[in-house]
Design a protein around this ligand. Structure first.
Ligand SMILES: [Zn+2]
Length: 476
């Protein structure tokens, strides 16, 4: 039974798909006006983990991630009408057209997503290619009488949607008390949000614009997700995921639009990725702790270590991202891969090794962890125990051909989730007599340190041997 923490109800719930065996997932994608930082990718990798685990469990998964390529205000929170359009600001900064900016950063984003081995979504719909669907939705909101027109746009009257605030815990009173919003005289409430913006005032020169029944303009930011999720996944989604920052006003507003327009529950399970901090500080360009995926790869870290760092931290715990963590992740990945080499190279005996039973119980523990709100620590702990148990069998020469196969098959299944295991058997290198002599000497020294339980020295020599291309299979 797969249980997930639903950010709407604030509790763990047993997952029940709308349609048995089929899961529909929508993820708020990037705004493509600059490079995404690794913290952004942590939210996409959370969705990737969810998608991959549900597939591992035998579900058919349809995953949609949008690309926000319509220009919006600099301050993503549209409650504040200050600021410049992000796409246009980037266009000036980089001396490119807004369309060039959008395609360029979308391309970079897709490349990073691929580098981090995220499963390709079913589709990455662009907001700019779904303007008619958005206009349709505004029309239907108009028919329901929940929007009104002002001099600068069409606004959703949130007093017409009593559930507004349920997801984020923002009641109107709380909003009013803590708000620092610019007053727009024409709006009935400062918290009403735009579904369509007209080309007036500071938006007069907005470059990305479309015709609509309310004049030339552009859609409000929240509208695209309501319109595109409906088009590709239907009126009720199983999961809607995003970063914690998306919860308000973005997701709150999506709910108001979709539920009013469709007359149906919009999302059954909401999942939000906790914010990532770097060295305990908010990731920002001014603090110099803003890393893109490419920055880290240029520094010599592997894409796998970035992927594993995000996967191995629970999505609801605040992740403090450090470079040391990437090193630790790499060590863990190496440990798995060394183990795989040891299994592939193990000499087999015909005896009944008991390995199928070990695989079976590990699989149960692993799934028990993952079924509990994707509790990855529990799941990984089961795998470390598994490595230990199987290594013991290998060391005592008690592994059969069938046992080896069971181990490899199991890890191959898991790799559909992790994507960092390497199953290619590394051939032993040919060494010159001098090299062989050095290897023998080092091996002897290492064995001596091992018997003295001087693990630090033993590990140092081990690393040296690995660097030379020697396969180390620890034997007693
Ligand atoms: Zn969205």
């Amino acid at each position: 039974m797969f249980q997930i923490y639903n950010s709407m109800t604030k509790k763990k719930e047993v997952f029940k798909p709308v349609e048995e065996g089929k899961v529909r997932i929508y993820t708020c994608g990037p705004t493509v006006y600059s490079s995404a930082h690794v913290g952004n990718f942590s939210a996409f990798l959370m969705a990737d983990l969810l998608v991959r685990y549900l597939k591992y469990k035998g579900n058919e998964v349809k995953w949609i991630m949008n690309i926000t390529d319509v220009g919006h205000l600099t301050d993503d929170n549209e409650l504040s009408d200050s600021g410049e359009d992000k796409m246009e600001a980037a266009s000036k900064r980089e001396n490119k057209t807004v369309w060039e900016i959008a395609r360029h950063y979308e391309e970079l984003f897709m490349k990073d997503l691929k580098t981090l081995k995220a499963l390709p979504a079913f589709k990455y719909p662009r907001a700019t290619e779904h303007i008619p669907e958005m206009i349709e939705m505004v029309k239907s909101l108009e028919e329901k009488g929940v929007v009104y027109e002002t001099s600068d746009g069409i606004y959703f009257d949130i007093s017409k949607f009593p559930k507004y605030g349920e997801l984020s815990g923002n009641t109107l009173d709380a909003l009013q008390a803590g708000a620092r919003v610019e007053v727009n005289e024409d709006k009935r409430s400062a918290f009403d949000f735009a579904v369509w913006k007209k080309l007036t005032g500071k938006n007069e020169g907005h470059i990305m614009k479309w015709e609509s029944p309310w004049g030339t303009g552009f859609p409000g930011w929240h509208l695209e997700c309501s319109a595109m999720s409906k088009k590709y996944l239907g009126e009720t989604l199983d999961f809607h995921t995003g970063g914690e920052d998306n919860r308000f006003p973005h997701h709150e507003s999506e709910i108001a639009q979709s539920e009013t327009a469709n007359g149906k529950k919009f999302v059954n399970y909401w999942m939000h990725k906790s914010r990532v901090v770097v060295n305990n500080e908010k990731m920002s360009k001014s603090l110099g702790n803003f890393f893109t995926v490419q920055d880290l790869i240029n520094k010599g870290y592997s894409a796998d270590s970035i992927r594993f760092t995000f996967l191995s931290a629970h999505y609801r715990s605040k992740l403090n991202f450090t470079e040391e963590q990437l090193i630790e992740s790499q060590k863990t990945i190496d440990k798995f891969n060394d183990f795989i080499q040891a299994v592939l190279k193990a000499e087999t005996s015909g005896s009944d090794d008991g390995i199928p039973a070990i695989v079976k119980s590990t699989k149960q523990q692993f799934e028990k962890g993952m079924d509990d709100d994707l509790n990855i620590s529990v799941a990984l702990a089961s795998l470390f125990g598994f490595i230990k148990a199987v290594k013991k069998k290998i060391d005592s020469g008690d592994i059969s051909e069938a046992g080896k196969l069971a181990v490899i098959d199991f890890l191959k299944d898991l790799n559909e989730i992790f994507m960092v295991f390497d199953f290619e058997e590394k051939k032993n290198k040919e060494f010159s007599p001098e090299e062989q002599k050095l290897i023998d000497d080092l091996t002897e020294q290492r064995n001596k340190f091992r018997t003295e339980k001087n693990w630090a020295e033993a590990d140092r020599i081990r690393d040296e041997l690995v660097k030379m291309g020697v396969n180390i299979a620890d034997k007693k």
